[in-house]
Write a protein that binds this ligand. Structure first.
Ligand code: AMP
Length: 607
């Protein structure tokens, strides 16, 4: 392992990072620092998780390369959230402690733009910005990026997910072509490799650890309960892990608030984080959670994005998210920094199909968990109380004056009695609650998965809804796509997607639209080509994922489409089939929409 000196870090920076306690470089720093200090370097895509030391890996060389005599922006760092923006700017200020003339300015939304304009006009070397605020400042003709030589996109996958693709386009258009661009991402998704192709030139890929390392260190556990029992299940899980430090993800703001209110009402150390709260309220809640003054944070996906916490014990999905990428982001919040984490999903039968779809994308199976019984929880809590009694710090000096009175009062109790009473003090409410609580009924999955086939995984209704687990028609393969009615998906959009992106005529069979995903069938011989052609496709900036669907609820992939001889053959000739297909398209209650332009594949390369 090399030292920071050997990597070429300058004396002023060395002094500052020594004070921060950085003894030796972390792997991402060893890989990226010398590369960026080298003037000939080309662009970089670095796959590194949060907490790996990536800020210093780009921050130190960026600072070192600044020409202090030119008081103009020379480096631009884009970050998805204001919290990360501030964190990066603060880190850079710490690193440049002994370079007093260096000016770093964070520019982010949700706060006075006037102050930022004033500060910018004083002269800035490094801008750390969220895309939205930067565009605003560019449109006001305050910020000009013509002097920028280096661009860093931090947490690029998050930025894409948050819909900043167009903003990033606009920003990069305004930075001179001879820039060096660095993209940091936790995972190498198709969307990331695509953006790297578009914006980066001969990019070198630096992988720290293994790709998608986060997913490997996370166990995925599901608890199957009736929808009405989800909250009870959550309570039991929280009780079973007394030292829990978790984010509970909900789908809507209302649900987030509701679950948090219930937990607070039931005496848990919990609070809510969602978009209906003011920025000040959100900062307050996030602060409490970071300082561990809260054990459970109930949050929406969007609101939790600004929160960077490394040592969560659990991520809990209070129901599965609508899209698979959100699940990956949620679960990637645990199992960081070399630790193993657990992503728990409390789901009902209707979500089982969604779970199978997620399994295919993350390449890992969910393990079925059993909701702890009241007795198991009581044992766990009892152990915790005993552990606390053993470990409590006794302030001998302070307590000494009170002891004579305490001894006098408790004199009549023997040791066993005293122990029972002390433990009961903490433990009684659990005993009371669980001695009266009914055990949570586990849905009959065998029977219900048949029933399940009659209902929409995402809660929709209608005759198509339950057909997500059906087999493909003979000669056809059934494909899954992560867009559904909620995304405006219609049968004609499926056809357009194929027409615009597959270089051959594709016969389309049955189309089943769910709320958040859909299935469509193509001829078996075309399936592989269709999946290949749609790789890297985006829809409104969101990565589109198309893959072979599994045929049943057990997650057994069918790979080739259908299992031979199991589905009834379609009667009639080609014409009749076309008529059936045609009727089926217009049979759907969603309007016909010919909006082919919604699907776009980026063909242009920037340079
Ligand atoms: P980051 O991934 O940039 O958020 O860094 C994660 C944490 O590691 C931060 O608290 C940094 O201050 C710390 N850190 C970064 N580089 C080093 C280093 N070389 N030695 C010790 N700590 C570091």
């Amino acid at each position: 392992m090399k030292t920071f000196e050997e990597l070429g870090v300058s004396a002023d920076l060395l002094r500052a990072i020594k004070e921060l306690g950085y003894e030796s470089p972390m792997p991402v720093q060893e890989a990226v620092i010398p590369y960026l200090l080298n003037d000939e370097s080309s662009d970089v895509v670095a796959l590194a998780q949060t907490g790996t030391g990536k800020t210093a890996s780009f921050g130190l060389p960026l600072i070192q390369k600044i020409d202090l005599s030119l008081r103009k922006p020379q480096a631009l760092i884009l970050s998805p959230t204001r919290e990360l923006c501030l964190q990066i700017a603060n880190d850079l200020k710490d690193y440049s402690k002994y370079i007093p003339d260096l000016s770093v300015l964070p520019m982010y939304g949700g706060t006075s733009i006037e102050n930022q304009i004033r500060n910018f006009k004083r002269g800035v070397h490094i801008i750390v910005a969220t895309p939205g605020r930067l565009i605003d400042l560019m449109e006001r003709k305050v910020v000009n990026l013509e002097t920028v030589k280096k661009v860093v996109m931090d947490e690029a996958d998050e930025m894409l997910d948050m819909g900043f693709t167009d903003s990033i386009n606009t920003i990069l258009e305004r930075v001179p072509e001879d820039r060096t661009t660095l993209m940091f991402s936790a995972t190498m998704s198709p969307a990331i490799s695509k953006i790297a192709k578009n914006y980066l030139h001969d990019a070198r890929e630096i992988v720290i650890g293994t790709k998608n390392e986060g997913a490997k260190s996370v166990n995925h556990v599901y608890y199957m309960v009736h929808a009405k029992d989800k909250y009870l299940a959550l309570k039991r899980i929280a009780d079973f892990y007394p030292d829990i430090y978790a984010i509970v993800f909900c789908r809507t703001r209302a649900e987030t608030q509701d679950v948090a209110d219930k937990l607070i009402g039931d005496g848990y150390s919990a609070d809510a984080l969602h978009g209906d709260l003011s920025q000040a309220q959100r900062d307050f809640v996030m602060g409490k959670f970071r300082q561990r003054r809260l054990q459970i944070l109930v949050a929406t996906d969007v609101a939790a994005r600004g929160l960077d916490v490394d040592d969560l014990t659990h991520v809990i999905n209070y129901g599965l998210p609508d899209d698979i990428e959100s699940y990956t982001h949620r679960s990637g919040r645990t199992g960081r920094a070399g630790k193993t984490g657990t992503s728990i999903s409390i789901i009902n039968l209707r979500e089982k199909g969604k779970m199978r779809a997620i399994e295919k994308v993350i390449g890992k199976q969910f393990v079925a968990g059993t909701i702890p019984t009241g007795k198991e929880i009581c044992e766990k809590q009892l152990l915790k109380v005993m552990d606390e009694i053993e470990k409590v710090q006794v302030n001998e000096e302070e307590i000494a004056t009170y002891l004579p009175e305490i001894y006098r009062k408790l004199d009549w109790l023997d040791k066993e009695d005293l122990i029972k009473r002390v433990v009961s003090l903490e433990f009684n409410h659990f005993l009371e609650y669980y001695s009266n609580a009914r055990e949570i009924a586990i849905p009959d999955q065998g029977k219900s998965s048949r029933k399940d086939k009659g209902g929409d995984a995402a809660g929709g209704r209608g005759k198509r809804g339950g057909e997500r687990s059906r087999e493909a028609e003979p000669g056809y393969s059934r494909l899954f796509v992560n867009l559904g009615k909620k995304d405006g998906m219609t049968p004609s959009m499926v056809i357009d997607m194929l027409n615009q992106n597959v270089d051959r005529r594709v016969d389309v069979g049955r189309i089943d639209l769910m709320q958040t995903f859909s299935f469509f069938e193509v001829k078996e011989r075309d399936a592989a080509a269709v999946v290949r052609s749609l790789e890297g496709l985006t829809y409104n900036g969101r990565p589109v994922n198309v893959e072979l669907a599994s045929t049943d609820e057990t997650g057994r992939g069918d790979k080739g489409g259908r299992s031979k001889g199991s589905a009834p053959a379609r009667r009639g000739g080609k014409k009749q089939r076309e008529e059936e297909d045609f009727r089926k398209f217009f049979d759907d209650d969603t309007p016909f929409d010919d909006g082919g332009a919604w699907y776009k594949k980026r063909k242009k390369r920037r340079r």
